[in-house]
Design a protein around this ligand. Structure first.
Ligand SMILES: Cc1cc2nc3c(=O)[nH]c(=O)nc-3n(C[C@H](O)[C@H](O)[C@H](O)COP(=O)(O)O)c2cc1C
Length: 328
């Protein structure tokens, strides 16, 4: 049984990765419905929270049915991270997560995210400050290291465990790799074999099928896996992995009608939460993924991304369901 402090997560939890502009409440709702065991908000800027910026504030919206849910924070200033953890604690999530993995220039070149992998003493101080500022469990998500020559995550794991983090998620790439190449879980497995490590270690990177989730679970002995890109437009990945792990058999993939149905739920929530204009606009990035691999889909996709109203979008989605009735 995996546990983060007193949060019980089942035998082998599947975590929904924090993803900027993706893992918002509408997307999380469809992932939760399909079996995600622990979810995170997209990362939230500590500076934004302190300034009370509307965009950052909105990302603090969490709902009762989402539990357990973590709020992820990032920043470069220790004091600002401490203050933002206090703000995040007020909305009562189940845990606070710190991002020490973001590789993008705007974050990592400004001393936040993966930049902290180059300054472990500062990372330790920042983590301590966040832990002291909240009664909630604090977890961390990071990468293997900055580059191939500085894969220091084994040291990071020990030092952050020693000051009290409650769990660690490791993405098997370096900062320099960004999202390129193949995630290497070797060091993640090594950390799991370290007898000094007793907090849950979650593996992340490239899990995109039940078979891979099962193979990596066995090979690296992680306490759970975190799934990002494979869930975008395919929230069924969670239930498919669960079913495979429980029975050794693969679930039949969702039918087109089911895809349409979940896409509609996602769209409705998007509009409810963001308002019609932004809700419809931001759904556009999801359509390709919801209908990936379907033959001759392009004309429908074009119409979906051009549709200006909820009603028009629904009509197109109904047409899709109708047209592909016999397909799975
Ligand atoms: C669009 C996108 C946005 C992301 N935003 C975040 C983020 O806000 N916080 C974070 O820790 N990681 C973020 N990541 C990284 C993912 O959480 C995850 O570590 C990475 O995608 C590898 O997992 P995967 O191979 O399952 O996608 C993001 C990734 C993507 C693709």
């Amino acid at each position: 049984m995996a546990k983060i402090r007193n949060i019980e997560l089942g035998a082998f939890p599947l975590l929904l990765a924090p993803m900027e502009d993706v893992s918002d409440p509408p997307f999380r709702a469809v992932c939760k419905a399909n079996g995600a065991d622990l979810m995170y908000t997209e990362f939230i800027s500590s500076e934004g929270l302190i300034r009370d910026a509307a965009k950052s504030r909105q990302k603090l919206d969490i709902f009762e049915y989402e539990r357990p849910i973590g709020i992820q924070l990032f920043g470069s200033e220790i004091e600002h991270m401490r203050m933002s953890a206090e703000i995040a604690t007020q909305v009562n999530p189940d845990l606070i997560d710190i991002n020490y993995g973001c590789p993008v220039k705007n974050v990592a070149c400004k001393g936040a995210g993966a930049a902290l992998l180059q300054d472990i003493p500062k990372m330790v101080k920042m983590t301590e400050a966040v832990i002291k500022s909240t009664h909630l469990p604090v977890t961390v998500k990071t990468r293997l290291g900055w580059d191939d020559d500085t894969k220091n995550v084994p040291e990071v794991a020990e030092r952050l465990q020693d000051i009290g983090i409650a769990a660690l998620t490791i993405h098997g790439r370096t900062r320099v790799q960004m999202y390129k190449g193949v995630a290497d879980w070797t060091l993640i497995g090594e950390i799991k074999r370290n007898p000094r490590i007793n907090i849950p270690i979650f593996g992340n990177g490239d899990i995109d099928s039940p078979e891979k989730a099962m193979a990596y679970r066995t090979q690296y002995n992680v306490d759970g896996v975190m799934i990002g890109r494979a869930s975008i437009g395919y929230p069924w990945i969670f239930r498919e992995i669960k079913h495979y792990m429980a029975t050794g058999e693969k679930l039949v993939p969702p039918t087109i009608a089911e895809r349409v149905d979940v896409c509609k739920q996602h769209l409705e929530f998007s509009i409810r939460w963001k308002g019609p204009k932004t809700g419809i606009f931001e759904m556009r990035r999801h359509y390709t993924n919801y209908f990936k691999g379907i033959e001759h889909f392009k004309p429908f996709r074009m119409r979906l991304v051009e549709a200006g109203s909820y009603e028009e979008t629904l009509e197109i989605l109904d047409e899709i369901a109708e047209q592909y009735l016999q397909m799975c």
